[in-house]
Design a protein around this ligand. Structure first.
Ligand SMILES: [Zn+2]
Length: 806
């Protein structure tokens, strides 16, 4: 049922619709900057463009994208928040009026008001339509023959080639760069499986595939030229002169991959179903372990070589974009782009973790902070500049590191960060989930080559953006995103455009935001009975989401409508940015200061909501301070970098789970799954965090549930705690097993799952997450208290102090 508010003809989406495409830090916005500054709640949104929770209407009858109405003044899309009549509409964001005939082509809006109001774009907060569709043939034939492309397609990069009369492909290349230095047999086997699963993930897509390996001073690119004849071989390129000299060519003619192949197709082969087994065969024989290999890693030149192959393929119109998966066994140690992997001195933090059982003193803590800080900054900006080059080319680079030693990930990470790729870090000693993760990375990636356009009411403007995205240099509010999964989220801070703040009449009482997300995706139609893929399409899609907030009547109103998870998600990213710019110590201090102020303000204004100030927010702040990202002791520097990069992608709820894992009794639900949003800290009038069965992260909590099974879930780990060991591990297909699968399937990367039978198994995995007891720098200040209690005590003391001063 639709409801209407006073503002005639503006349908209000029902409040039960927990869409989280856009989540405001508070849905009651402070009126102006004076009010905002005194409140301490950031004025921000968390945008999760592909949220599966959104009730997204799919428009299939528009035929062409220009049939959907847009405002002629701000180019925003028509939405549920526009005021419509039979002649036209007043834009929800900028309030200008556009007649239908100017707003769109065709007769979509010519059938009278009732039919207009029934259109999905006017009825729904979120809607989606195709801009272009292209059939990808499955049989391995020529993809171009079946191409059904509409105007305004996405081949912007390929346009320059069209003039040359070349045949274009919109497909992409997936290139695996494999480091075979110190690669033992086990690792080689693992990689072969990972490459197979990468190919499987690309099932039906008209992708091209290449494998480049390097070991010592030799780069080898697998040539697929004579593959069908069973003559797989590699093209070898010596890296000898690439490594030490900025201008290797002056040594005479140095062969690069492009020089040794007869055509770029030799190494960048089409990935068709009939070729897959042949490619696997080639990989099988050519990726082999060599125990005698040297351990110096020449990575920079390999990367440059790979990029030049991709660049040429793009120029030739074979592909329009690429994803490079780099499988590394350690930090690059020689030649251009080498990292300073010896810059980790005898680490105090390390000694504390491994050797000493004594509690760290405040001095230890400060020393560890300085040490962590020093290792957070990249040693040089080589990878940052290569990453930027990749972004411009449309090439996304993933860094997949399997290494126990210090690999200087902080220097290497900007390669992935700038190009939009992911960083993964695995320990050699673990059971490495690399095979599943590679599959998930490629298959769960729902959008590539995306742009995100953020439009707001005129009196708000974007101040900062956080996440794996890049602001367009020409258009404000436009951001480029290399790839985006269902869970990925981006954060934006707002400022007021003028000192007047939010003006009622300008916004009809409701500031609004509209995000337009344009992306390329591969869709697969599956036969219901056989499960076989019957059709594969590449689509360029636009998803439009519009939502609104209120203008706060008073500060108390702002606090009442805080979405704690969204607020803390933004705060985590702000703090991380500050740590990178000003240092870990400063960032931690700023976070604590923010909390003290927030707490004091919230207590003053918000007596009806003690839990906001004293229960939830402090736990999340404490959890953030204790996390690998910000706590200087206990995590290896590479782990810290990895955790930071992950955090920059997490959506509001996962972000909260990272800060304060979710501990609750496992209760069998009716049917499969449940609403993902049931177990989050979303604060509204009706619910609070601990009222919903969420337990404090203390050992005592384990006893509170009278036996049974407990779920302890962080952003990347699930610990299943058994009081009674009988049914461990859970029987396949049972409710517990199904619930575990549901949680794992919803994640981009594989979760670590551990079963702990109390009294039988080592409780360490659970204890590590029950961190309200954990040591922190507050332990030494908090008069005998530990962990969270010490933090609380510290805050009380600080508050008393400032109170006295005031
Ligand atoms: Zn407008």
């Amino acid at each position: 049922m639709r409801t209407y508010d006073n503002d005639a003809r503006v349908p209000t989406p029902s409040t039960s619709d927990r869409s989280d495409v856009v989540r405001w830090s508070t849905t009651s916005l402070p009126r102006d900057s004076t009010e905002k500054n005194s409140i301490g709640v950031p004025l921000s949104v968390v945008v999760r463009p592909l949220s599966a929770n959104a009730a997204c209407a799919r428009i299939t009858d528009a035929r062409k994208p220009d049939r959907i109405a847009r405002c002629t003044s701000c180019f925003g899309y028509v939405s549920a928040y526009c005021v419509v009549d039979h002649r036209g509409f007043a834009c929800g964001t900028c309030a200008s009026y556009t007649p239908w005939r100017d707003a769109s082509r065709g007769k979509r809006y010519a059938r009278g008001l009732a039919s207009i109001q029934d259109l999905p774009e006017i009825r729904s907060e979120t809607y989606e339509f195709d801009v272009a569709v292209e059939e990808i043939s499955l049989g391995g034939g020529d993809a171009a023959e079946t191409e059904v492309l509409e105007e305004n397609d996405w081949r912007r990069r390929a346009v320059r080639n069209e003039a040359n009369g070349m045949r274009m492909s919109n497909g992409r290349a997936v290139v695996a760069v494999v480091d075979l230095n110190e690669a033992d047999e086990e690792y080689c086997e693992l990689l072969k499986l990972a490459l197979s699963s990468a190919m499987e993930a690309l099932d039906g897509e008209d992708a091209r595939f290449a494998v480049v390996t390097f070991r010592g001073e030799v780069l080898e690119a697998i040539s697929f030229r004579d593959l069908e004849c069973g003559d797989g071989h590699t093209e070898r390129v010596s890296l000898t002169f690439f490594d030490s000299n900025p201008n290797p060519r002056k040594h005479g003619f140095i062969r690069s991959v492009r020089d040794v192949v007869s055509g770029i197709e030799d190494v960048l082969t089409k990935l068709t179903p009939d070729r897959k087994s042949v490619i696997e065969q080639a990989i099988e024989t050519l990726i082999v372990s060599d125990e005698n290999s040297v351990s110096e890693r020449i990575f920079g030149p390999v990367l440059e070589e790979t990029l030049s192959v991709v660049e040429q393929a793009i120029d030739e119109g074979l592909i329009s974009s690429a994803r490079i998966l780099t499988f590394l066994r350690g930090g690059p140690s020689r030649g251009v782009g080498s990292c300073d992997i010896s810059r980790l001195p005898k680490s105090v933090a390390d000694v504390l973790i491994r050797e000493s059982a004594a509690k760290p003193t405040l001095e230890d803590f400060e020393f560890a902070s300085r040490e962590a800080e020093a290792l957070m900054f990249p040693a040089h900006d080589y990878y940052e500049s290569v990453g930027e080059r990749c972004l411009l080319l449309g090439v996304e680079v993933d860094v997949i590191m399997t290494c126990d030693e210090f690999a200087d990930l902080s220097t290497l990470a900007p390669l992935a960060e700038k190009s939009g790729g992911n960083v993964s870090l695995y320990l050699n000693s673990q059971k490495i989930p690399i095979v599943g993760d590679v599959y998930r990375l490629l298959r769960h990636e729902k959008a590539i080559n995306a742009t995100l356009r953020v439009r707001t009411t005129a009196d708000l403007e974007i101040a900062n953006a956080y996440g794996a995205l890049h602001a367009d240099k020409a258009y404000s509010g436009l951001f480029h995103i290399a790839s985006c999964g269902l869970n990925d989220a981006f954060c934006f801070d707002f400022d007021y455009s003028t000192s007047a703040g939010l003006e009622e009449d300008l916004n009809r009482g409701h500031p609004k935001i509209q995000v337009a997300f344009e992306y390329t995706c591969i869709t697969r139609d599956v036969d219901e009975h056989t499960g076989a893929i019957v059709a594969v399409q590449r689509r360029r899609r636009r998803r439009i989401h519009t939502c609104r907030a209120n203008i706060a009547k008073n500060p108390r109103d702002v606090y009442r409508h805080v979405d704690v998870n969204a607020m803390m998600c933004v705060l985590a990213r702000q703090t991380s940015l500050m740590a990178c710019e000003e240092g870990l110590t400063e960032a931690r201090r700023a976070l604590v200061d923010w909390f003290l102020e927030f707490d004091a303000n919230a207590k003053r204004e918000n007596t009806s909501w003690p839990e906001l100030g004293s229960e939830i927010v402090p736990r999340l702040v404490y959890g953030l301070l204790a996390s690998k990202v910000f706590y200087p002791i206990g995590a290896r520097p590479d782990e810290r970098t990895f955790a930071r990069l992950r955090m920059m992608r997490l959506n509001a709820d996962d972000s909260a789970r990272m800060m304060y894992p979710d501990l609750r009794a496992f209760v069998e639900k009716n049917g499969v799954g449940g609403n993902e949003n049931d177990d989050v800290y979303h604060i509204d009038r009706r619910s609070t965090m601990f009222a919903r069965g969420r337990l404090h992260l203390r050992r005592e909590s384990l006893g509170e549930t009278n036996g049974g099974i407990l779920f302890l879930r962080s952003a990347d780990e699930l610990v299943v705690i058994y009081h009674d060991a009988e049914s461990c591990p859970p029987p396949f297909g049972g409710p517990l097993d199904r619930e575990i699968r549901r949680i794992c399937d919803s994640q981009t990367l594989a979760m670590k799952i551990t079963y702990v039978r109390l009294g039988l198994d080592d409780p360490a995995p659970a204890d590590a997450l029950l961190f309200e007891h954990a040591e922190s720098e507050f332990t030494t200040m908090g008069a005998g208290l530990e962990g969270f209690d010490a933090f609380r005590q510290f805050c009380r003391l600080q508050m008393d102090k400032t109170g006295q001063i005031a």
